[in-house]
Design a protein around this ligand. Structure first.
Ligand code: G6P
Length: 615
């Protein structure tokens, strides 16, 4: 996603802007740009480059531009292809105004036509550029004022975080936020503007998270904050207590591999963190009163991508363990669906980053019904924590690879644990059951690692080179194995670019069976429950009867499935409902090795970003 970074103060700032942008690398990008007010001439000077940040850094090394008021941006294309012209900053006709943006201006076409008719000339295909021309248009008629900003921002539809500098007002930076994240770090006679405080946390810990639909006029000595209707707002800064830790791959070739191996520890850390919460503290942190907890009638889970699949698996936790009817929605579709909350509904939004725009938007819809919302996230300083009534934190540590691994298993850990806590509160289980559940999570974490160790060499030497040659895959599962199959198919698509489709195994005969031949391997995730296992075996028979090729993840002793499969991975038994944790590490490792054979950029797959802050 686009990253916005700005500085206004007393230092030459190019280097710190570049450092800030490199910390926002996880958001993914295709081009980058830098602009500042030249202290001698007071003119805007800039540089842009297509490709990753290094291209911009190399270009800047040939230039001497620097200043006390500056903007830096990395772009993830939405409107217009990857090119230096479409890279930010964007300018007005005279290049007296420079701005950077994260988000989408939905009514840009209409504004572009209006501005073109007024004589403005555009230089990019982006939605962003209209805003520079809008400022130019208005500043041609009057001075910069609260009213002028208020009018312009109120006209923009969509989501945005902006930072704007102007030659005419050398001591001012305008920033604005609607939906997209934006914060201002407050230093001594200097301010830092960023999509994420991580970018400046070593410079200051005092941070103003811009309220939704607000703008501010920044100068080195302070912030004047206003709502979009022009009302002055008081400034409430938070003091953050995390630090930036340079991530390194240690001895691993990719972050993804390192993160696959960190899963056992991540599960343990998450569990230890949760166990330290007394009942009172837990319900308080979730924003719930004790009587509310006992009477939860319905749970709505929201998420995107891997977090959505964690929700799909957790549905079984809440329904089977806590006997609470649970609905799971992919967040990007939620706002188009009808929602029928019961009187005591809980909504849990699952998001590793806490910044996914689709998830945040869905959450806002849920809140409009007066439903209690909880964010399950890995990032304590993220937007979701500020927007929900309660939070629960996973302890996965920083996840760098775009394809989620350890964040996923810690989400499952937290949700499995929470289902047991709710069940205990409702009197469905005893403390001893809760303790057994905690122990079972650790056993599943152990199984995850053991499965990788036992199959490692076979996968690297034999299986990955062979299976990387196939062009498409089908993944099958039943019950909790179906969302696991969806997550497995997603992982394969993300990092190998091989097409994969997941089906509930029972659906095979209702259509996909037509695809079966020797060219499309079918990956089957088995289940420990006999009734489900036997049905799965029947589905595998159907595949084999049609010359299909089967890769099975089978549990110890499942002899029939083991002998039917062309390739089999044997999984040790774990507690019911923890099958996905036991199997996922091996699947991730297998897919990772296939991507390695195919020489894919595993940590940053093409077109994808770690944190998706546009809808
Ligand atoms: C992006 C990432 C996925 C992730 C999804 C949801 O699409 O590439 O790996 O699962 O966003 O992210 P979240 O931070 O909300 O869990």
């Amino acid at each position: 996603m686009c990253s916005v970074f700005g500085y206004i103060g007393k230092q030459y700032s190019r280097q710190l802007v570049m450092e800030g942008l490199s910390r926002l690398e996880y958001r993914g990008y295709d081009s980058a740009g830098f602009a500042c007010l030249d202290p001698q001439s007071n003119h805007i000077v800039y540089s842009k480059a297509s490709g990753d940040l290094q291209h911009l850094k190399d270009k800047l090394n040939q230039q001497s531009i620097d200043g006390y008021v500056s903007l830096g941006h990395t772009r993830w294309a939405t409107h217009g292809g990857f090119s230096a012209d479409n890279a930010h900053p964007h300018f007005d006709c005279e290049k007296n105004i420079a701005l950077i943006h994260n988000g989408i201006i939905e009514n840009h076409q209409e504004l572009r036509e209006e501005l073109r008719a007024a004589g403005h000339v555009f230089h990019s295909e982006t939605d962003t550029e209209v805003v520079a021309h809008l400022f130019e248009q208005e500043l041609g008629r009057r001075d910069l004022s609260i009213e002028l900003c208020s009018e312009i921002f109120s006209r923009l539809q969509g989501a945005y975080a902006f930072a704007i500098i102007l030659e005419q007002y050398t001591n001012t930076m305008i920033v604005a936020r609607k939906r997209s994240p934006l914060c201002v770090g407050v230093g001594k006679d200097e301010l830092f503007v960023s999509s994420d405080p991580l970018a400046f946390i070593d410079k200051t810990r005092d941070v103003l998270f811009m309220p939704d639909e607000s703008f501010a006029l920044l100068s080195p000595s302070g912030i004047a904050l206003y709502s979009f209707n022009g009302q002055s707002l008081s400034i409430a800064t938070s003091s953050l207590d995390f630090s930036f830790e340079q991530q390194d791959k240690q001895q691993h070739e990719h972050f993804m591999l390192k993160e696959i191996y960190e899963q056992k520890a991540a599960i343990k850390n998450t569990l230890t963190h949760l166990q330290a919460l007394s009942a009172d503290l837990l319900w308080k942190q979730l924003g719930l009163k004790n009587e509310q907890v006992k009477d939860v009638e319905k749970i709505t889970l929201l998420g995107c991508g891997t977090s959505w699949f964690a929700g799909r698996i957790a549905q079984f936790f809440f329904e089977e363990i806590a006997h609470i009817s649970t609905q799971v929605s992919v967040a990007s579709e939620f706002r188009y669906m009808s929602f029928f909350p019961r009187s005591n509904t809980l909504c849990i939004a699952i998001t590793q980053s806490g910044e996914t725009a689709d998830t945040l938007e869905a959450l806002r819809v849920v809140q409009s019904y007066g439903v209690h919302t909880i964010g399950l996230t890995n990032v304590a300083s993220s937007t979701i924590v500020r927007e929900t009534q309660g939070s629960l934190f996973t302890q996965a540590g920083c996840e760098v690879a775009v394809a989620s691994t350890k964040a996923f298993v810690t989400q499952l850990t937290a949700l499995y644990w929470l289902a047991h806590r709710l069940a205990m509160e409702k009197g469905l289980i005893e403390l001893s059951d809760m303790q057994a559940a905690e122990q079972n999570l650790l056993i599943a974490a152990e199984a995850l690692e053991e499965c990788i160790e036992q199959n490692k060499l076979r996968i690297m030497q034999e299986l990955a080179p062979y299976y990387a040659t196939y062009k498409q895959y089908i993944f099958l599962g039943r019950h909790i194995g179906y969302p696991l199959a969806m997550e497995a198919a997603l992982k394969l698509k993300e990092i190998t670019y091989i097409f994969a489709q997941a089906y509930p195994a029972g659906e095979l005969k209702h259509g996909p069976l037509a695809l079966i031949d020797a060219q499309i391997p079918v990956v089957v995730f088995s289940h420990q429950a006999h009734i489900i296992y036997h049905k799965l075996v029947a589905n595998v028979q159907e595949v084999k009867a049609r010359d299909g090729h089967v890769i099975a993840f089978a549990f110890e002793g499942q002899q029939e499935l083991i002998s039917l499969a062309d390739t089999v991975f044997i999984i040790p038994h774990v507690a019911p409902l923890l099958e996905p944790i036991a199997m996922i590490g091996l699947m991730q490792f297998f897919v990772y090795q296939m991507a390695l054979v195919l020489d894919r950029p595993i940590d940053k797959p093409r077109n994808l970003a770690k944190s998706v802050t546009v809808e």
